[in-house]
Design a protein around this ligand. Structure first.
Ligand code: MG
Length: 446
């Protein structure tokens, strides 16, 4: 064999090597980004997170092909504040959003906020949102098209804010009303179809697709093909339909040869609405649910797939959050973070690549209400300085501070403040420093 032929064969082998982490190849420039965002899905509601009767074969496969997170948090235990955190990378305290917006709420996302969609648009992405917006609807300036999205189809607030208690709810296309009080059993299918169409129309350019499902928020409305099919009742039906929707998106990416250039991230805005009984979901082994800074309110199922960058079957136990997903998405697209404001998230893209040096906690502070810091987490330790629950329960007789080791005790059952006063002291100091810092920064848009 001549040296030339040898060299040629080696070159060919290098070219053919699969793009797995560790081989020194960098991820594709400007990958497509898809965020699939559930409403009130619990940590225990997917097959791959241990639910015994809800069937989620597509999400289970997505985790097998990608990465499953076990310490991933939403930015808030409530819809509006959580969506704000995902789309701005900032703690909801920066905006003053606390609980949720209602149809008549005068507030909405401030025009000065820098959204993920606005950032990705700067990098030449086409952007779309299909689903629940919930960042303001009484003024045009609050709607998705004025906040970085090229396309929108969806309900501007929650699917339970409907007649007779509230005015008619509009299904919007862009800024305009497409229909009033749409049949909710068609929503998941309609959003999925919109997503497929958007992907097909944008397969030759970078795109950002944000798909905030209406479900499994109450009222539960499964599509005809799913109604009555799950062993977990109507709640299971709507989760199984979401699983179908995720499967449709992944299948299309595979068929179109887009998978290796697309980060798909699946998670939820907050924990399950446990006060709704069987109609609400389950946080699995975590305590409490929506409307609480106990783990069940904010720790979410989270699955990422990006063949060639994320190693198949990865398990990610580092603490991370939707705020860090915001930073990672901009970073991957080559968009610098805005320098004129505080961004609270820390880049999670090293975690996606399975890099271990990433030890910075992504979202150590748990807020509930605009100015109410309820808890802090550092490493395995979580300190509650205030607690609340929609159930009205006063766990640990309502006393604070409460200290838990989340690695040995993810269910927050064994209170350790008496045994580790020095850890309590350290975390209290962290709380005070953080409060002072946020106050000084004063970067609020309200
Ligand atoms: Mg929600």
């Amino acid at each position: 064999m001549s040296p030339f032929t040898f060299f040629f064969i080696i070159q060919l082998l290098i070219t053919l090597l699969p793009h797995y982490p560790g081989n020194g190849l960098s991820p594709p420039a400007k990958p497509n980004i898809i965020i699939l965002f559930c409403d009130d899905l619990g940590y225990g509601d997917l097959g791959v997170y241990g639910h015994p009767t809800i069937r989620t074969p597509n999400l289970d496969r997505m985790a097998a092909e990608g990465m499953k997170f076990t310490n991933f948090y939403s930015g808030s235990p409530a819809c509006t504040a959580s969506r704000y955190a995902l789309l701005t990378g900032r703690y909801p305290i920066r905006s003053g959003f606390s609980w949720v917006l209602y149809p008549g709420s005068e507030r909405g996302i401030h025009p000065e906020e820098f959204t993920l969609a606005e950032g990705l648009k700067q990098a030449g992405y086409r952007t779309a949102c299909f689903g629940k917006w919930h960042l303001g609807s009484t003024k045009r300036e609050f709607l998705p098209l004025q906040n970085g999205f090229d396309e929108y189809l969806g309900l501007p607030y929650s699917n339970d804010m409907i007649p007779p208690k509230h005015p008619d709810i509009a299904l919007l296309r862009g800024n305009d009303t497409l229909e009033l009080n749409p049949d909710q059993s068609l929503l998941t299918a309609r959003y999925t179809e919109a997503a497929r169409s958007f992907i097909l129309r944008n397969k030759d350019n970078p795109f950002f697709l944000y798909l905030p499902y209406a479900m499994p928020h109450l009222p539960l409305h499964p599509g005809e093909a799913f109604a009555g099919k799950s062993a977990r009742g109507t709640y299971g039906d709507v989760v199984e339909e979401i699983d179908w929707s995720v499967g449709e998106v992944l299948k299309l990416l595979d068929e179109q040869g887009l998978s290796a250039n697309t980060l798909v991230f699946f998670t939820s805005d907050n924990g399950p609405w446990i006060i709704k009984g069987e109609e609400g979901g389950s946080a699995g082994l975590l305590r409490d649910g929506k409307g609480s800074t106990w783990e069940g309110g904010m720790r979410e199922p989270a699955i990422a797939r990006w063949p060639g960058v994320i190693a198949p079957g990865s398990l990610q136990m580092e603490q991370s959050s939707t705020l860090g997903l915001f930073v990672a998405a901009l970073k991957l697209a080559g968009v610098p973070l805005p320098a004129d404001r505080v961004i609270d998230g820390k880049d999670i893209s090293p975690l996606l690549r399975g890099e271990k040096e990433h030890t910075v906690a992504n979202m150590p502070f748990f807020y509930y209400g605009p100015h109410e810091l309820h808890a802090v987490r550092q490493g395995p330790w979580k300190l509650h300085i205030k607690t609340s629950s929609q159930t009205g329960k006063q766990y640990f007789e309502g006393k604070t501070p409460l200290l838990f080791n989340l690695e040995t005790d993810p269910s927050e059952q064994y209170e350790l403040s008496g045994q580790y006063p020095e850890v309590v002291g350290q975390l209290m100091k962290l709380v005070e420093t953080h409060k002072e810092k946020v106050e000084q920064e004063g970067t609020f848009y309200r």
